[in-house]
Design a protein around this ligand. Structure first.
Ligand SMILES: [Zn+2]
Length: 144
């Protein structure tokens, strides 16, 4: 065995795995994948997991969960998850690469990203300003 496999959830589920984050795989069978999460073994059905053969080097672009409570509201409808340290980061634009504010790693975005439902390209990620609800602007430069 050379190196480790990594996997991430393809769908939401009642597992202690962060959406879009990669975790080290310790065992794979035809029916299940065993992750090492915080030094504990977590078993997830194989059909719910995407497995790759080496350390992932690409940001995961994650659609914001409707009921998200730990993701700041001003991040908009998408955020990125660091492939190295699992840090969540806001997306202001759709850059080619982005530096992780936590581990300082610089990673690309995956144009072939399959994490999202449907077809996704970086161009379709809305900017933060376009994601916000239309806001009554009361700071205009005067009446009218
Ligand atoms: Zn990081």
């Amino acid at each position: 065995m050379t190196g480790f496999q990594f996997g991430r959830l393809k769908l939401e589920g009642p597992y202690p795995l962060r959406r879009g984050a990669w975790y080290r795989v310790t065992n794979v069978t035809s029916e299940a994948v065993v992750f090492e999460v915080n030094r504990r073994a977590v078993t997830v059905p194989r059909s719910l997991v995407e497995v790759v053969g080496g350390p992932p080097r690409l940001w995961t672009i994650v659609p914001r969960p409707v009921n998200a409570v730990r993701v700041p509201a001003n991040w908009g409808w998408w955020y990125a998850v660091c492939p190295s340290c699992k840090h969540r980061s806001a997306l202001n634009t759709a850059p080619q690469t982005m530096r992780c504010p936590r581990c300082k790693g610089v990673f690309r975005f995956a144009r072939e990203e399959r994490y999202l439902p449907g077809d996704w390209t970086p161009q379709t990620i809305p900017t933060r300003s376009s994601q916000q609800e239309p806001d009554r602007r009361s700071d205009s430069s005067g009446p009218g």
